[in-house]
Design a protein around this ligand. Structure first.
Ligand code: MG
Ligand code: NI
Length: 478
């Protein structure tokens, strides 16, 4: 509701993101934006819960952080535990872990594009909010909605085959995997590759034609300079499961190259603000806020020189042309980057399934000597995910540090909210379509708020508009 004092906006909750959060937009006397923030207001302290448990349990405990990206936590955790054991995995175990990770990337990226993002792109930013959702999409384009369901299910079936369950997997264990891939499942998955690639290419055509149609908005919406962070392989190609960290500045200059992930504390620090429970990671050598960076699909493609699979690499070349020096800044290009990664994940799944070692049962290496610390880093669908455990000599966890994927983009999401609010809200003119554009900017990042607050389940996110005297004059929730 808009009251007499027309100076404060809250978006509450921001919808079609994973979990919920709150946006506050502060107006001045004239009704123009002076500040805007994306708040994470809940906190569950998962790092503390884990203290006192034995490290062997961590790959099963940490997926409970989130019902949306449990596989990412499961694998980052298993990698941290491998480091505590001080063992090098067998080749088949590494292949299976990566395959499970590809299943997670496929299901998460497909869900985001087809069901969370496409209603805005296909039905329009100003479409009736009652229809601008997945139900509206099913009514308008049932075939496309079905493709999303099928692709997501393909990824989930891979996870289920290797992890025992679709949601909270148990397949990865410290030192390897406890489940082998059957030849029957391998052959079944291989038969799905062609349609999965074809459907992803349809989605890529959709995003490209949307970019052509709405060029001005796409180029300018939440476009701003930051650094970029992601894992790369030894040739600086895109890497999601293993590899080294690469950090670029806003112009594409390499700041950290082939950086060992276990030393992440030497380059990353976290800034704290009293209005958010989610911290703000930044590049230590530049300080905060100059050193903020983006992760996730846009960040990863910006730091990658190439992609090791053919079709995705061809798309990457097109993507790089969208920016200067191959650096793409606009938040809406996250969608294209995400679909290029989806294509890569499917092509990579095929390579893994065709590997002669993929059905091997040589899956475990163990040790009874424990290191004091272990770091596990992977590229979760939303960005770089860090699990760092300290253990005593009996293997009991003394301390845990997690930097979740969404947290890396915290500062960028705040910048995105501010830039869109500032651009569109003038002289107290606030329409539903404008507030949706604020949500659209956040949704580009596919934030997982369950993860970022280490909470279980969902929490509400709202847009609140505040007057110059700090009163809430409008509150929107869905
Ligand atoms: Mg933390
Ligand atoms: Ni999550």
């Amino acid at each position: 509701m808009v009251s007499e004092v027309k100076r404060t906006i809250e978006i509450n909750p921001v919808s079609r993101i994973e979990g919920h959060g709150k946006v506050t937009i502060q107006l001045d006397e004239a009704g123009n934006v002076v500040d805007a923030k994306f708040h994470i207001t809940q906190f569950r302290g998962f790092e503390k819960f884990c203290e006192g448990r034995v490290f062997w349990e961590m790959p099963v405990i940490t997926p409970r952080i989130c019902g949306i990206c449990p596989v990412s936590h499961h694998l980052a955790s298993a990698k941290a535990c491998d480091a505590i054991l001080g063992v090098e995995l067998t080749r088949p175990a590494k292949l299976l872990r990566e395959l499970m990770h590809m299943g997670q990337t496929i299901q998460s990226h497909a869900l985001h594009f087809f069901h969370l993002a496409s209603p805005d792109l296909l039905l329009g930013m100003d479409a009736d909010p009652a229809k601008r959702n997945v139900i509206g999409l099913i009514a308008e384009n049932p075939e496309l909605a079905t493709k999303g369901v099928k692709l997501r299910s393909f990824g989930q079936t891979i996870i289920q085959s290797l992890g025992g369950k679709k949601i909270h997997p148990i397949g990865a264990v410290p030192g390897g995997m406890n489940t082998a891939l059957s030849a029957t499942d391998r052959d079944h998955f291989l038969k799905q590759i062609d349609w999965a690639i074809a459907d992803t290419q349809i989605a890529i055509d959709i995003i490209k034609s949307y970019y052509d149609k709405d060029k001005d908005f796409v180029c300018t919406c939440a476009s701003f300079p930051t650094g970029y962070l992601g894992l790369v392989d030894e040739n600086n190609n895109l890497e999601l499961y293993d590899g080294k960290l690469r950090l670029l500045d806003s112009k594409g200059k390499v700041l950290e190259d082939q950086f060992e992930p276990s030393n992440y504390l030497d380059i990353i620090r976290e800034h704290v603000e009293d209005w958010s429970y989610l911290k703000f990671p930044f590049y230590k050598k530049m300080g905060y806020p100059k050193g903020i960076y983006r992760t996730g699909p846009l960040g990863r493609l910006n730091v990658s020189d190439g992609i090791s699979t053919r079709l995705a690499n061809a798309e990457l070349k097109n993507f790089k042309k969208l920016g200067n020096n191959g650096i793409v800044e606009g938040s809406l290009y996250y969608h294209y980057a995400r679909l290029i990664e989806l294509l890569y994940a499917i092509e990579r799944t095929k390579q893994l399934l065709e590997d002669g070692d993929i059905c091997s049962t040589d899956l475990i290496v163990t040790s009874n000597k424990y290191n004091e610390q272990g770091v596990g880093v992977i590229e979760a669908p939303r960005g770089t995910l860090f699990h760092h455990y300290w253990a005593d000599d009996t293997g009991k966890i003394i301390k845990v540090n997690l930097i979740v994927a969404t947290g890396n983009n915290n500062a960028a999401m705040n910048k995105a909210v501010y830039s869109v609010a500032k651009e569109y809200i003038k002289n107290n003119k606030i329409t539903e379509g404008i507030l949706n554009r604020v949500e659209v900017a956040i949704r580009c990042y596919d934030p997982c708020l369950s993860c970022s607050t280490h909470a279980l389940g969902q929490m509400p996110l709202a847009i609140h508009i505040l007057s110059a005297d700090g009163e809430i004059i409008r509150e929107i929730s869905s």
